[in-house]
Design a protein around this ligand. Structure first.
Ligand SMILES: [Zn+2]
Length: 147
């Protein structure tokens, strides 16, 4: 079979594996905070906007943000029950991804809801943060559970 240019594209499968090293750059403190069981957010000193996940620079006015510790209790803003996902998490379906509202934070925080069945989650449900004891330096080091 040829494409419109008369090319016969040959596809060959090969195993590919690599150790990938990357940096979280200027939001590294967020991940370091998870290790210490803290949710670190950022606040703009100029306009007061607060961000979680953190942003190094304010998304509203561009000023350099400052770090502060966010509250760990809030409520479910909205959620989805996932029955299909990336391969790494397929063994966990169905599970809940939710946006969490936290007092004093202008954004919502995307995270997993654990500690209950997916059909027990509802909008407005009070939740609190939980942290992985042995971090793997990913957003999965934190999740929320019913309060
Ligand atoms: Zn600002």
């Amino acid at each position: 079979m040829t494409d419109v240019y008369g090319v016969r594209p040959l596809q060959v499968g090969r195993h590919y594996e690599i150790d990938y090293i990357h940096s979280y750059g200027e939001v590294s403190d967020f991940f370091l905070g998870l290790k210490d069981r803290k949710l670190l957010a950022t606040r703009c000193p100029k306009c007061g906007a607060t961000w979680l996940p953190p942003r190094r620079d304010c998304g509203k006015c561009g000023a350099r943000n400052e770090w502060f510790e966010a509250p760990q209790e809030g409520k479910v803003h909205t959620f989805s029950v996932l029955h299909f996902c990336a391969e790494a998490f397929l063994h966990e379906v169905p599970f809940v991804l939710a946006y969490i509202e936290l007092p004093g934070i202008d954004t919502v925080f995307l995270t997993r809801i654990k500690g209950c069945k997916p059909d027990e989650v509802y909008i407005g449900m009070p939740v609190r943060a939980r942290f992985r004891r042995l971090v793997d330096w990913t957003p999965n080091d934190v999740w929320f559970e019913p309060k």
